[in-house]
Write a protein that binds this ligand. Structure first.
Ligand SMILES: [Ca+2]
Ligand SMILES: [Ca+2]
Length: 385
C-alpha cells in the first residue's frame, strides 16, 4: 500500500543507467552573508510572463504578504526530491549545488529531473525577472537533495517494492541529515515517506526544522505517515475553488501486469494540518524533456520556444500543494528566525482561511493557507522561550 502510494506520487522512472556522482562541496549556511529580510522585489504585478496563470497568488494573498517579506537568502530551504535541473534559467542563483544520494541512480531523464525542478520552482523561481514564473519565496535559497532512483523501483514486483521502500527511506534519511547539517530551516517532502525515513524526520525535528510533507494522492481517510505521528506539517490539496481535490475513478497499472481501479485525491483525516492549491499550475521543468510530455495531462506552455522550460497542466497532486506551504514557512522563518518549529506551524495553521465545517475538519485541516494572514500573525507572535 505504501509502495503504491509512492509510485502514484512520483510517477514511474524511465530506463536508467547513470550512477551517483560524489557529493559536491557546498557553502555552509554560516558562509551565506547575513542580510536583512528582503521585501518584495516587485512593485505591483510581477513581470514574469506566466504570472497570469498563477491564480494562487491571489487566493493565498501572496503579494500583500510580500510587502512584509519575500524571504531572506539566509533562510535555506531544503528540498528532498528525485532530482533537479540545476540549469533551469528561472532557478539560477536560487538553487545551490545538489546533494546526490550515494548508491542511487541520478539519470538525466524525466520524470526523475522533472519532479524536483517543478517543486523547487514553485518555492523559489526568480520573481520579476521577465521570464517564466514567480516563486512564492523568491528571495530564499534552495538546497536540493536528490535521492534518485534504482533498479528496484522499475522492477515493480511486491518483493522489489518492499526492498525499494526500505532503500529509498534510508537514502532519504541520509539526505535529510545532510540538509539539516547544512542549516536548512524547512525541508520539503513531496512524496509518501517510507517508515525507514523515521530517523531522518526525528533528526530534523530535533534540530528545530519544519518538515513539510504531502498528505498523499490516494484519497484515503488517513494522510500518509508520519502525519499525526511525528511533529510535521502535513499538507493536502485543493483546487482553484478551494474544494478538496478528488478525481473520478480510473484504472491504473499498480504492478507489472496488475491493474486496479483507483480514485486519486488528496488524502485526509487525523494529522492533516492545512491545504493548499495544486490544480491547474504552470511549473518549471527540464527543457529538453518536453517533447516526451505532450500528452493529455501536460501541455507545452503556449508562449513560444522561450517558454519550453515550463509546463502547464490541470493535473497536479499534493506534491505541488506541499511546496506552497514550504514557501510560507520559509517566509515566516525569514521574518522571525527566533520562533521555534512548533510556533511556525501554529502560525501557518492560525493564518489559514477556514474551509468546510467551522474550525479544523478532516478534509481541509485548519484550512487553505493564507500568506498575508500568517505573516501578519508572525509579526506580533511572542518570542520563543
Ligand atoms: Ca521568473
Ligand atoms: Ca474547517
Amino acid at each position: 500500500m505504501k509502495c503504491r502510494a509512492f509510485v502514484l506520487l512520483i510517477s514511474a522512472a524511465g530506463s536508467l543507467s547513470v550512477h551517483a556522482s560524489s557529493r559536491p562541496r557546498l557553502p555552509s549556511a554560516s558562509m551565506v552573508p547575513a542580510t536583512a529580510t528582503r521585501p518584495s522585489p516587485v512593485v505591483g504585478r510581477p513581470n514574469d510572463p506566466l504570472f497570469g496563470t498563477q491564480y494562487y497568488f491571489e487566493t493565498m494573498n501572496v503579494l500583500e504578504a510580500w510587502r512584509i517579506t519575500a524571504g531572506s537568502p539566509t533562510c535555506l530551504v531544503g528540498v528532498l526530491d528525485t532530482g533537479f535541473d540545476l540549469k533551469h534559467p528561472d532557478l539560477r542563483g536560487n538553487l545551490l549545488p545538489e546533494y546526490q544520494a550515494e548508491g542511487m541512480e541520478h539519470p538525466d531523464s524525466w520524470p526523475v529531473k522533472h519532479h524536483g525542478t517543478a517543486v523547487a520552482g514553485l518555492i523559489a523561481a526568480k520573481a520579476n525577472n521577465g521570464i517564466g514564473l514567480a516563486g512564492l519565496a523568491p528571495e530564499c535559497r534552495i538546497l536540493p537533495a536528490a535521492y534518485g532512483t534504482h533498479a528496484l523501483f522499475r522492477e515493480r514486483t511486491p518483493e522489489a517494492s518492499r526492498q525499494w521502500n526500505i532503500l529509498v527511506g534510508q537514502k532519504q534519511a541520509q539526505a535529510m541529515r545532510y540538509l539539516v547539517d547544512k542549516g536548512c530551516r524547512v525541508i520539503n517532502c513531496s512524496f509518501t515517506p517510507a517508515l525507514s525515513l523515521k530517523a531522518g524526520f526525528e533528526y530534523a525535528i530535533a534540530h528545530d526544522v519544519v518538515v513539510v510533507v504531502a498528505s498523499g494522492n490516494v484519497n484515503s481517510h488517513r494522510p500518509a505517515w508520519p502525519a499525526g505521528v511525528l511533529d510535521v506539517l502535513c499538507v493536502g490539496g485543493v483546487d482553484q475553488n478551494d474544494q478538496r481535490w478528488v478525481d473520478p475513478p480510473k484504472e491504473v497499472e499498480v504492478a507489472k501486469g496488475q491493474k486496479k481501479t483507483i480514485t486519486q485525491g488528496s488524502a485526509y483525516g487525523i494529522g492533516l494540518n492545512v491545504v493548499a492549491p495544486m490544480r491547474g499550475l504552470a511549473v518549471c521543468t527540464p527543457r529538453h524533456f518536453n517533447d516526451h510530455l505532450l500528452d493529455d495531462q501536460w501541455k507545452e506552455v503556449p508562449l513560444g520556444k522561450a517558454m519550453r522550460w515550463y509546463l502547464h497542466g490541470e493535473k497536479g497532486g499534493t506534491s505541488y500543494a506541499t511546496p506552497m506551504a514550504t514557501a510560507l514557512v520559509a517566509l515566516i522563518r525569514s521574518l522571525r528566525p527566533d520562533l521555534d518549529y512548533r510556533q511556525v506551524i501554529k502560525i501557518v495553521e492560525q493564518g489559514a482561511d477556514d474551509l468546510g465545517e467551522k474550525g479544523w475538519d478532516k478534509y481541509t485541516g485548519w484550512g487553505r493557507i493564507n500568506f498575508a494572514k500568517s505573516l501578519k500573525l508572525a509579526q506580533s507572535w511572542p518570542k520563543a522561550r
